[in-house]
Design a protein around this ligand. Structure first.
Ligand code: PLP
Length: 470
């Protein structure tokens, strides 16, 4: 520490230190807040040492610019003494918002504050404070789920694959479930409707054809052994051309005279916000499925809902109560971290448009091409300013982003990217991927693109550092 010398009053202010490219390295295995704290601790130590030196009559010896570099060497050395974790951040420049390989939805600090608060203290997780007795852990999110979807009751399980398994096992074990052949989908390689159904003990009764299914196809097979008519959202593909599928309304009409048959829809993504109003996709909201008369509806927590991994089941109270009493409810129950993150996320959805933008997935999906263009252009200027002799062309150019996570497969969001016309694209891709902090871009027409839709403002410094290093 004592070799670091400069006049105390020329220690640069924090905002200037945060601009330094080395700040990116600090964020490799820690959050922005942690990195900032580490830097601040170091500056405090140095300042204390300098005051001590001045007190003892020693003179400053370095110029302030060199001082910053030396200061960062010290911070990085202290940081490197901590062992890196195997699970760490990557910078996602692919433009795919819900990238399954990169952990699907990002969470906001806003949500994480609540998680930290609940996780680091005791809580009323299963305690009814009014009565002073045992309470239910689902109560914390059930009301919110009901008010956001219009359902009578709700339940949370581990993920949506678990929701599907649970509903089928509870209501259709040893009985028949009618599904259209056009909806027997496979999602993400590890979720196949037919396989989950087999595991659950329900008997699959396929109807219709791949491209066309009619109400009469369902009506013809309903009998005593039929437990439910199931609809599965074909999240990750689209059938176009000569097609026909049956709506929930029609299914509800169809089973009118056979009250023992349930109508269940697995809507997949769990849209609480009408993206159609922004011209993004044609995904119906969960509330629409509930309103159409479904007895049960299930969806994911970490797709378009923008929260943590979870499966939500909403619907008529008598059926949700039956699920809650089932042994599997205990097997599939979620942790307090999931409940805390879910409550905080759902509260944001339940508030106004501005608060909803605290949900990173939502904010990224709504980011306009013009606003992304501005950021890319400013970044390109900054890069060229730092490294005027790059030796290749850097441009800001229009591109398209994807939603990802097996949702809205046909939607292309107009976006903006930083494009590098480097001579050996593949070696750049590898070098950027193999860093301690991987930066993943997209190769397009022999150029390397970084789509700014999925790179947040505070990650720009990480990208800058990576590019200067490679
Ligand atoms: C994604 C998806 C699932 C699986 O959900 P997870 O939360 O990933 O388990 C099930 N059904 C549909 C229709 C989906 O789109």
């Amino acid at each position: 520490m004592s070799q670091l010398k400069v006049e105390v009053r020329s220690i640069p202010p924090m905002h200037e230190l945060l601009e330094h490219p080395s700040f990116g390295s600090l964020q490799q295995h820690r959050t922005y807040t942690e990195a900032k704290q580490l830097l601040k601790n170091c500056v405090d130590q140095v300042r204390a040492q300098l005051l001590q030196d001045v007190w003892e009559g020693a003179l400053p010896s370095t110029d302030p610019r060199q001082f910053i570099d030396e200061l960062y060497q010290l911070v990085l050395q202290q940081a490197s003494e901590q062992t890196p974790t195997t699970l760490y951040r990557v910078v996602n420049g692919t433009g795919t918002v819900l990238h399954t390989n990169f952990g699907r939805a990002r969470l906001s600090e806003h949500v994480m504050d609540h998680v930290t608060h609940i996780a680091t203290s005791y809580s009323n997780l299963e305690y009814d404070v009014d009565k002073g007795e045992r309470g239910s852990r689902t109560q914390h999110v059930e009301k919110l789920l009901c008010s956001l979807t219009g359902a009578e009751a709700a339940l949370v399980v581990n993920n949506n694959a678990a929701s599907v398994y649970f509903v089928l096992n509870c209501f259709a074990k040893g009985k028949e479930v009618v599904v259209s052949r056009g909806e027997l989908v496979e999602i993400g390689g590890s979720f196949r409707v037919s396989s989950i159904m087999e595991e659950s003990g329900a008997l699959l009764r396929e109807v219709g054809t791949t491209n066309r299914t009619h109400v009469k196809d369902y009506a013809e097979v309903i009998r005593e052994e039929t437990a439910m008519l199931m609809k599965v959202h074909t999240s990750n593909f689209k059938t176009i051309g000569f097609t026909k599928s049956v709506s929930v309304d029609e299914l509800v009409q169809c089973k009118r005279d056979t009250p023992h048959v349930l109508v269940y829809e697995d809507v997949g993504s769990g849209v609480l916000y009408d993206y159609r109003a922004h011209g993004i996709g044609d995904e119906p909201t969960v509330a629409e499925a509930v309103k159409a008369g479904c007895d049960l509806v299930s969806f994911s927590g970490d797709k378009l809902l923008g929260g943590v991994q979870a499966g939500f089941i909403v619907g008529k109270r008598e059926y949700i109560d039956q699920l809650k009493r089932h042994q599997l409810a205990r097997v599939l129950r979620v942790d307090k971290l999931t409940l805390a993150a879910t409550e905080a996320t759902l509260r944001l959805w339940a508030s106004d448009e501005n608060d909803q933008l605290h949900i990173p997935t939502h904010q990224m999906l709504l980011a306009t091409q013009a606003e992304l263009q501005k950021r890319v252009e400013a970044f390109a200027d900054r890069l060229l300013h730092k490294a005027p002799q790059l030796g290749f062309n850097v441009t800001a150019e229009a591109c398209t982003s994807r939603v990802g996570g097996g949702t809205m497969p046909d939607v292309e969001l107009p976006s903006y990217a930083l494009a590098l016309a480097v001579s050996d694209v593949n070696s750049w891709v590898t070098a950027l991927r193999k860093r301690a902090l991987p930066v993943i871009g997209r190769v397009y027409q022999d150029r390397l693109l970084f789509d700014f839709r999925t790179i947040s403002k505070d990650e720009e410094v990480l990208l800058l550092e990576a590019l200067l290093e490679v």
